[in-house]
Design a protein around this ligand. Sequence first.
Ligand SMILES: Cc1cc2nc3c(=O)[nH]c(=O)nc-3n(C[C@H](O)[C@H](O)[C@H](O)COP(=O)(O)OP(=O)(O)OC[C@H]3O[C@@H](n4cnc5c(N)ncnc54)[C@H](O)[C@@H]3O)c2cc1C
Length: 485
Amino acid sequence: MEYDVIIIGSGLAGLTSGALLAKKSKKVLMLEQHHIVGGCATAFKRKNFNFDVSLHELDGFGNDDLKTEIFKELNIFDNIEFIKLNEFYRVKKGDLDIVLPYDIKKVKELLVKRFPNEKKGIDKFFDVIIKITQEENKIPFKRWKIYLLYPLFPLLFPRITKYQKTPYGKFIDSIIIDDTLKIILSANIGFYHDNPYELSMLYYSPAQSSYFKNGCYYIKGGGQTLSDYLANVIKDNGGEVLVKSKVEKIITEKNKVVGVKTNKEEFLAKIVIANSSIPQVVNHLIDNPPLKIKEKINRLKIGPSFFIIYLGLKKGLKELGNKNYLTFVFDKSIKKLSDLKMINDYNQKFFSITDYSQINEGKICTISTLDQLSNWENLTKNEYKKKKIELAETLLKRAEEIIPRIKDNIEVMEVATPKTMIRYTLNENGTAYGFAQIQEQAGFKRIRNKGFMKNLYFASAWSFPGGGYSGAILSGYYCYKEIIG
Ligand SMILES: Cc1cc2nc3c(=O)[nH]c(=O)nc-3n(C[C@H](O)[C@H](O)[C@H](O)COP(=O)(O)OP(=O)(O)OC[C@H]3O[C@@H](n4cnc5c(N)ncnc54)[C@H](O)[C@@H]3O)c2cc1C
């Protein structure tokens, strides 16, 4: 065998597993189709502006956050600077203007002051998401151990047992009455999924409680800094990282994975990790995968994608009077939690404004909203271009109602759609989150990191535990643990 491990793709999950394996003296080869590493965690340059493709906020780094251990193991804290943000997010909806801090005591005080009749529900909200997280942290890693514990589950893990079949929306409806409060607490729902009444509590709770409890960060220099660092760990430990190398086939022999083929070369390895999407593996990379598995994977629902406007500005939004790093903007027509599901009307859709000038990361801002590929299909090149500009104009006009004079200040504008995401990640539907984090596909039901064939593993937003920077990093770690044993 030429390599111990080949990794298809260089997203954060692939990079994390690759860096950890390389540090354990495994000979790693990473193959990336794009000309830079990172997948969603990349950057691009226009004029003098360096745009971060994805990162708004990273949760971390508490003692109960496994990511902290992983980052220590990879010496990340000694090599990368993390900027602690001042607050979690601001919500702007008509006259409503509220900034949520990320300290649980502070956020509870603020919300109870504003919604005194909802004190019980507010306490319960934080109590449940924190307790689910504590219980999840105690679940053994090995599946057989989970099966052994199964009869004792309700006793050992009462919150998980109670809420594993309750979607987030149903949970919050059961404890809080005020619709405005529900919208405030759910404003960043797009970090996880596009429908509160489908979102799994098992996925939502650890991530959201970590933002509230531990704090919110930005990586100095952007997501690309972390991706480049991890790729260098692979190289410094004897591995290779080849960009512009698209894997076209996974080579199998007698039901075993033995290597991969790019358009130029064939590489053999003891283990292949797919950081590329799982649907790509069963539909394109492996010839004749088990039919039942292929059918099961193709039945799973895929998560949402994004529409993003990247703006390079003459004056940063801070100079224009903006005070907040991340603002979620809701139209007056959004009245209740169920209105937060995916809607296609750009005059009503909720969106976020991220102002990087607040943290001295350039006179840059992004305006983002969840979107779906079906909005962008069957258009000619000109229709696609026109639609991009029209919808960007609509969101810009709405953003100007919150922060005046943005448009006059634009020096560079770039717009990305689900189609752009597909081009740079090859993820089906342009999703950034893999399979949707709905209760039927999250937690115990998520596709695990050990694949369906011998020597095949998964590390990506598509596999356990899921997407987001933290989810992908954990997926890379769990994949590494499966391999190392
Ligand atoms: C606009 C946007 C904003 C976001 N904001 C945040 C945020 O604020 N906080 C947060 O935590 N998360 C955020 N995310 C989500 C987060 O970035 C992703 O969930 C995560 O980075 C996905 O990592 P991944 O390892 O699954 O790989 P991906 O990023 O999906 O990368 C997969 C890689 O595999 C490569 N590849 C695929 N197929 C092949 C092949 N056949 N051969 C070779 N290479 C291949 C692709 O080119 C790509 O580089 C955001 C995402 C986007 C798009």
